[in-house]
Ligand binder design. Structure first.
Ligand code: GRF
Length: 227
């Protein structure tokens, strides 16, 4: 099947495929916001881990759900080749990583150049990789947050599109900070999808453009909904 044109037809919802590995609270935020008019179509949800909460959430919302267990493949390349085949059946405008806990290789990333986004629970470029909440606390940071970025083959290293911030409280543990960060992510990620759907934000060629201008710094979303 051929790739869909990155130029969206007028008034068409943004067609997305969501990749996840866990609970799927981000997916739930898309489903909830879609019911309130967010112009997206969640064509499919794919998990690389069997029996996770995200798959159950998809099924409950009557969204096609697939599991494709990476452990059943001999190597990354064959897993990713199958994943690409599955995703491309849906011809998504954007592939949305929402808690997908697998590093993706160059083959995959190149295939979806300008159509692949991720959310990372840190104020990138700080704290790429794991344990972001604990690392921010240990560093004595006064604020933390989450970043939506274009995916490149460098881990958590693609251009940052948008961020949301929150203060780190003296009593915060990694768990409480993670919980509060997630609540903010549930505002941020659907909003980024809205900007793409409404063509305020374009990603083609791997360069985020906001209203046609290159983004010099990430858009910072205030928790009350203002940018
Ligand atoms: C989010 O915190 C996201 O930043 C990270 O994985 C988490 C996914 O949570 N990449 P959930 O599975 O959507 O609840």
């Amino acid at each position: 099947m051929t790739n869909r044109s990155p130029i969206l037809a007028a008034n068409m919802p943004l067609k997305i495929v969501v990749l996840l590995s866990g609970e799927g609270t981000l997916l739930q935020s898309f489903i909830n916001r879609q019911k309130e008019g967010l112009p997206i179509e969640i064509a499919a949800v794919i998990s690389n881990r069997p029996n996770v909460g995200g798959l159950a959430r998809a099924e409950k919302a009557e969204i096609t759900a697939h599991e494709i267990d990476h452990k059943l493949f001999p190597d990354r390349a064959t897993f990713e080749a199958d994943l690409i085949k599955l995703i491309d059946q849906y011809s998504p405008d954007v592939v949305v990583l929402a808690g997908f806990m697998r590093i993706l290789g160059e083959l995959f990333v190149d295939h979806y150049q300008g159509r692949l986004i991720n959310i990372h629970p840190a104020l990138l470029p700080k704290y790429k990789g794991l344990d972001t909440h604990q690392r921010a606390i240990d560093a004595g940071d006064s604020e933390h947050g989450s970043s939506v970025h274009l995916v490149t083959s460098e881990l958590d290293g693609g251009p940052v599109i948008a961020q949301i911030k929150l203060p780190i409280l003296p009593e915060d543990t990694a768990d409480t900070l993670s919980e509060r960060t997630k609540k903010r992510e549930h505002l941020l990620y659907p909003e980024v999808l809205r900007w793409i759907a409404e063509k305020k934000l374009t990603l083609s060629q791997g360069i985020p453009l906001c209203n046609g201008e290159p983004l010099n710094s990430p858009v910072v979303l205030e928790p009350d909904g203002e940018k």
